[in-house]
Ligand binder design. Structure first.
Ligand SMILES: *[C@@H]1O[C@H](CO)[C@@H](O)[C@H](O)[C@H]1NC(C)=O
Ligand SMILES: *[C@@H]1O[C@H](CO)[C@@H](O)[C@H](O)[C@H]1NC(C)=O
Length: 325
């Protein structure tokens, strides 16, 4: 008995694969639209500004010329695979800012574990949105300096107007951020949530997220002694660096449009200058430490409105906290 030719044996498998493909990826839906960045960034770090231009994760909404460019680094650790997956959804599904390009990248220190070197390499191939800088992840100092001093060198050929640093439990609403930054100073500039709240001394921007102008990151890169100028929290040290260097001439406090996530499940006694309910004009929401907080936040900001009716699924979005308030 001869076995059937190989092509016949394979046919059922191909049909099954085709059916799975059609069900999983409904009509007209392109993965590249969701994921934003392409995989063309693999030449990456040494071709400096070139990759920035090719691979903007959040490009401008219209054909109008771009007059504001922002590099936003999300500090995270190699093992935070699920958080990066949520962040990619959160950033790639946002409305695009007008006349601005915002490049969002994950920032890691030198990767030391075998599994992370391989799996993060695959993320880089698939998404092209990772920046690895020279520091050690498990130390409490050095990443802030390593990041801010690397960016002006990597992108010297195509400088940004602003460079930001943010946590992986923070959600910047990029269009609101751009609208706030437009018209602000583009030198000696420091933008974020000013701490301590309502106390005008030794101020610094909360580590939830802050933005500085390009001249500030150039100054940081040209001032290597800052690397060892480390006393308290890195973000508090950062404020002290700018004060000492006279680089904080244009300080913009974004409170209350930047805040920590709060909902009524958390109790009303928690509300203060950091914590309050969502507001529609938010620039950034912080302390998104679990899936439910991310989900409620993305729902509040209407990210789920893109879900199209289909006979393939029926998801009840009505029964949740922002509908029952
Ligand atoms: C990384 O930083 C360490 C400590 O600052 C330094 O000794 C080393 O030369 C740096 N490595 C590279 C590749 O720049
Ligand atoms: C979400 O969409 C609804 C309905 O269009 C609108 O009323 C609401 O203001 C939007 N929320 C935000 C935060 O933009």
């Amino acid at each position: 008995m001869a076995s059937p030719p190989l092509s016949v044996a394979l046919l059922p498998a191909i049909l099954v694969a085709a059916v799975i493909y059609l069900i999983a990826i409904p009509d007209g839906f392109k993965l590249t639209e969701v994921l934003g960045a392409g995989s063309c960034d693999s030449s990456s770090n040494d071709d400096a500004g070139g990759s920035a231009k090719k691979n903007q994760q959040l490009q401008t909404a219209t054909d109008e010329p771009v007059d504001l460019r922002v590099f936003l680094g999300i500090m995270t650790v190699p093992s935070a695979y699920e958080r990066r997956a949520i962040l990619r959804l959160a950033y790639s599904l946002q409305p695009r800012p007008a006349r601005a390009a915002v490049d969002v990248r994950f920032v890691l220190c030198t990767i030391d574990k075998e599994e992370d070197r391989i799996l993060v390499s695959l993320e880089i191939i698939a998404h092209g949105d990772v920046l690895v800088v020279n520091c050690t992840e498990n130390m409490n100092d050095g990443k802030t300096y390593a990041y801010f001093s690397a960016v002006p060198r990597l992108f010297a050929a195509a400088p940004y107007d602003y460079v930001g640093k943010t946590d992986d439990d923070n959600y910047y609403r990029v269009a609101a951020l751009v609208e706030s930054l437009r018209g602000k100073a583009r030198h000696d500039m420091y933008h974020g949530f000013l701490l301590p709240c309502h106390w005008p001394h030794n101020q610094y921007m909360s580590g939830m997220g802050y933005i500085v102008s390009w001249d500030v990151v150039e100054w940081i890169a040209a001032t290597p002694e800052l690397r060892d100028d480390h006393h308290v929290w890195e973000d508090e040290d950062f404020g002290a660096w700018l004060r000492k260097g006279g680089k904080n001439k244009n300080v913009y406090n974004e409170e209350p449009r930047m805040y920590n996530y709060w909902d009524r499940d958390m109790g009303y006694e928690k509300i203060d200058c950091f914590w309050h309910a969502h507001r529609a004009d938010a620039v950034a929401v912080h302390q998104l430490k679990d899936r439910l907080k991310w989900a409620r936040t993305l729902y509040y900001f209407n990210a789920t409105q893109g879900l199209r009716p289909s006979k393939l699924y029926n998801v009840d979005l009505e029964n949740n906290i922002y509908k029952v308030y």
